[in-house]
Write a protein that binds this ligand. Sequence first.
Ligand code: NAP
Length: 292
Amino acid sequence: MSTSETQKRKYAIGVVGTGEEGTALINKLTQLGHDVCIAHAGSPEALKGLEKQTQAKPKETAEVAKEADLLFLSIPMKEVQNLPKELTDTCPKNCIIVDVCNYFPSRDGKIKEIEDGMPESVWVSKQLGKPVIKALNTILTECLENCGRPKNASDRIAVPISGDDPTAKNMIVELVDSMGFDAYDAGDLALSWRLQPGSPVYGTNLDLKQLIPSLSRANKEAMPRLRDEAYRKMTESDKHLNWQEMVKMLRETFEDQEKELGKSELNKSSATSGGQQNQQQTQQQAASETQA
Ligand SMILES: NC(=O)c1ccc[n+]([C@@H]2O[C@H](COP(=O)([O-])OP(=O)(O)OC[C@H]3O[C@@H](n4cnc5c(N)ncnc54)[C@H](OP(=O)(O)O)[C@@H]3O)[C@@H](O)[C@H]2O)c1
């Protein structure tokens, strides 16, 4: 199916989570003419205002994806394990589950498997017992809502997507494109750690040319520290950061770390004379892992 055909196709979509990110998503999807059902932790009655604003239909969480082509999860990551089993048991067999969630231990508490290195969306998939596509977790709410641009616009933001099912991934790539963003297939779910907070692609509004090399610059060891540092700056700041300040802060947090790493690699190479070669090997390995 071509992009224009898919963009014309209207999906039945369930969205769980009607907070900041969920609401931006619901606005966007309903504006595109999709048939959207919504659920949150509270009662469906509490979503009457959002229904009025968007025409999305409030449901119980267990019921929200009963007829859905797509199910978006936009809730704190720790809550994935508390979702009712009926949600995924009763959704159609071919329903594509899209994981928009991110893990922040200061908010979610520590999740041992993720702390031990399991990619967040692999953990989500395990909790649900279903495959998932990771998408839209890298874009901040305000940008999702307001920064969509027509195809080929010079300031179009790129959004990486991971998952194991190429057909499902294509559908999400095209849906994201219809929202006004360049979607980039960043490989299998096992590689989706490159999309997590602490990566240079998280919240930094890169275009496609910048996004592709940045995925291979993600540093798995440094990411938890960078994620926690960014979360602290996002939440402890006495003045609320607007999205432009947030994007700047996230870019700087990563760049500062790269400068630090550059320094230590330099020190290592002068001490062992093999340091620079190791760094090149690491970069090549990262690039081939991303392409795989
Ligand atoms: N904010 C962003 O810029 C952004 C960007 C990309 C990704 N994300 C990720 O998206 C997710 C949601 O973020 P947010 O900022 O929208 O959070 P939020 O404003 O705190 O909203 C969380 C939503 O999840 C619902 N929820 C919590 N537990 C639930 C459960 N067990 N069953 C059903 N619904 C449940 C809440 O229900 P109630 O309404 O009843 O409280 C609320 O609607 C997070 O994982 C976040 O990291 C956020």
